[in-house]
Write a protein that binds this ligand. Structure first.
Ligand code: SF4
Ligand code: SF4
Length: 68
């Protein structure tokens, strides 16, 4: 299983939330049990750390992350 993020759907752009303006899209980063996701200028997923648990897929309200 490979984790993928669709940057068109992800609301975190240029270091901030562009959806509701909260400034901290709560979701994927908080859901990951192994700390494989971080918010930089864009959301970055460390594929070497990812254990394909699917928590971030379920946590993302914009359906921007998929496992295939
Ligand atoms: S939860 Fe979804 S929309 Fe929010 S930062 Fe993560 S991938 Fe982007
Ligand atoms: S699938 Fe699980 S381990 Fe992989 S990035 Fe998402 S929450 Fe983290």
């Amino acid at each position: 299983m490979v984790i993928k993020i669709d940057y068109n759907k992800c609301c975190w752009k240029d270091g901030k939330c562009t959806s509701c303006g909260c400034g901290s899209c709560i979701g994927c980063v908080e859901a990951c049990p192994v700390g494989a996701i971080k918010r930089a200028k864009k959301v970055l997923i460390d594929k070497l750390k990812c254990i394909s648990c699917g928590s971030c897929v379920n946590a993302c309200k914009h359906h921007a992350i998929s496992l295939a």
